[in-house]
Design a protein. Structure first.
Length: 193
């Protein structure tokens, strides 16, 4: 029996490409949970490389005067995963994300997530970004991210087709928490032809 391996986020990207929010599009799937991971597709093929794409370890700007938190990544401290992941939120604020109601927490979170998304947009130019994971269940966070990405892009995407706007371009997974599992099925189907 043939066997195929890939990352959980690549599987989720494939599922959303085949059946979900990014059907037929070159896409990136970003998960924001305990850590941050990402999977991408270009030309209807999953991205692979020297090791694997490590979206979470991108280095993003950090204003230490405004935010002295050093981050939680054991390799980089304040990389993308080290600053706005669920583990970083809990370490920074002393409580898990689902217990934090202060809007300042979520404005900071949206800012860090938007910084990473701008890097993804500029490097990979995905036709759609699907962003899931436990942290993304926070009501209103996605809209904060939309606003911050728009601000950071400074009109750079004005001539690009974004469907009905930023809300269609950066979206939650249509397949919900099943993206990864369904992606494993899609990987198996592709392997079997």
């Amino acid at each position: 029996m043939p066997v195929v391996f890939d990352t959980d986020v690549n599987a989720a990207a494939l599922a959303e490409h085949v059946w979900g929010a990014a059907q037929g599009l070159d896409t990136c799937y970003i998960t924001v949970g305990t850590g941050i991971g990402g999977g991408g597709m270009a030309g209807a093929k999953l991205l692979h490389g020297l090791v694997r794409p490590e979206f979470g370890h991108m280095r993003i700007p950090h204003d230490r005067e405004a935010d002295p938190f050093l981050g939680v990544c054991p390799y980089h401290g304040d990389c993308w995963e080290g600053s706005p992941s669920g583990r970083a939120i809990e370490t920074r604020w002393g409580r898990p994300p689902d217990e934090l109601a202060d809007e300042a927490v979520w404005v900071l979170e949206a800012g860090y997530l938007a910084l990473g998304l701008v890097c993804v947009i500029c490097v990979l130019s995905p036709e759609r970004i699907v962003i899931g994971g436990g942290v993304m269940r926070r009501r209103g966070l996605l809209e904060l991210i939309h606003g911050e990405v728009s601000r950071l892009m400074s009109g750079y995407l004005d001539d690009a087709w974004l469907g009905d706007g930023m809300g269609e371009y950066i979206t939650l997974p249509l397949l919900g928490s099943r993206s990864g599992v369904l992606g494993a099925i899609a990987l198996a189907q592709a392997e079997l032809g």
